[in-house]
Design a protein around this ligand. Structure first.
Ligand code: BG6
Ligand code: MG
Length: 231
């Protein structure tokens, strides 16, 4: 047991230096736009698409989301057809997010981002989305991040830890000095596989693998973050 404890301490009891934020569902509520666009696409293929199915696409890349929808419907498509379908969905989605305003930033987000910056934490975005630049521009959140890692920079989707490891490396910190904020099961798994702390945004029964779960960032203080490193 003593040996275990020592290992645990040396691996995980680092002081947290960086906050890595997922975008969709953590900082902004874009799930409804993804849902509308995927539903339109599914319906055009004569498939149903429920909110429960939409839940399972959280954190998953665009093409993997399409693959899941096609598999649920038992539909086969060539790679070329899949690209065309994914592009069509994205055009509908982009038309909707192009009209987003800062009022769609989730509760407590701006205050929390200000607080972590003031407390000296480094910050990075760690998102699967290829539309992060547009969303950050529309919601005026871009200036809060030292580094942006999104779907344009990574090749492996969450739950692979690539997106967060890249964020840590760009910020010049070790993985065990990072805390990830995530609303998706796949994102929490990515953080844990990367050797990072994970704060779940959502329901504790869904995000069971997180070190701490809150409903929104407005329920979280910087003080609680430091306590996380002692877990
Ligand atoms: C993630 C969302 O942030 O980005 C997923 O949770 C989405 O639902 C993924 O599929 C890819 O987004 P985009 O904007 O590149 O289609
Ligand atoms: Mg998310």
């Amino acid at each position: 047991m003593i040996e275990d404890r020592t290992t645990h301490t040396s691996l995980h009891h680092a002081r947290l230096k960086a906050c890595l934020f997922d975008l969709d569902g953590v900082l902004v509520d874009t799930a409804v736009y993804h849902y509308k666009a995927w539903k339109k696409l599914a319906n055009s293929l004569d498939l149903d698409f429920t909110e429960e199915q939409n839940e399972q696409l959280k954190g998953i890349s665009r093409i993997e989301s399409l693959n899941k929808i096609l598999a649920w419907g038992g539909i086969e498509k060539t790679d070329k057809e899949k690209q065309a379908l994914a592009t069509e969905k994205n055009e509908w989605y982009v038309a909707m997010i192009s009209k987003m305003t800062p009022s769609e930033v989730l509760p407590g987000t701006v205050a929390f981002l200000k607080a972590v910056k003031e407390a000296g934490y480094k910050t990075a975005l760690g998102s699967a989305s290829k539309n992060s630049a547009l969303i950050l521009e529309r919601t005026l959140l871009g200036h809060f991040f030292d580094e942006i890692v999104d779907g344009n920079l990574v090749s492996k989707s969450k739950p692979d830890p690539e997106v967060f490891l890249k964020g840590a490396s760009l910020l010049g910190v070790q993985p065990n000095e990072c805390v990830v904020f995530e609303d998706a099961v796949a994102g929490i798994e990515a953080a844990k596989r990367g050797g990072m702390k994970a704060v779940g945004i959502g329901s504790p029964t869904v995000l069971m693998a997180a070190d701490l779960v809150v409903k929104n960032l407005d329920q979280l203080t910087v003080r609680q973050l430091q306590q996380l490193s002692e877990l």
